[in-house]
Write a protein that binds this ligand. Structure first.
Ligand code: SF4
Ligand code: SF4
Length: 109
């Protein structure tokens, strides 16, 4: 069975937090629990300030096992309008990653 994961192409992340909301609703997470957290990274360069939004997957992410079993994609992938997130076999994600700068792969299990 292939090992699945998430490819996070944060180049286009707007920091809208829709992935967090979708994850919380899907799992009925309460309080600070969530499968993904969007961090804001501010870097001061010589002539301007750069702001990057980077979605980071947490230990509570189960890759939406129940949804995926039912034939759907993960909640975060479905609700990211900027299409920063891709779910699938890690080997396929790695091939895509070769063509996508500013990206990372999360594979929990
Ligand atoms: S794959 Fe599912 S559990 Fe993991 S961060 Fe996305 S919505 Fe949350
Ligand atoms: S990954 Fe997508 S849904 Fe999540 S904050 Fe970035 S743009 Fe919004």
């Amino acid at each position: 069975m292939p090992r699945n994961g998430l490819l996070i192409h944060y180049e286009w992340c707007t920091g809208c937090h829709a992935c967090e909301v979708a994850c919380k609703q899907e799992h009925n997470f309460s309080g600070g629990m969530c499968g993904v957290r969007v961090d804001e990274v501010v870097t001061v360069g010589p002539d301007k300030v750069h702001v990057d939004f980077i979605p980071l997957v947490t230990r509570f992410c189960d890759l939406c096992a129940e949804r995926v079993k039912g034939g759907e994609t993960t909640a975060c992938v479905k609700h990211c309008q900027a299409m920063c997130l891709t779910y699938g076999p890690v080997t396929d994600l790695a091939k895509t990653m070769e063509k996508t700068p500013r990206s990372l792969i999360f594979a929990p299990r």
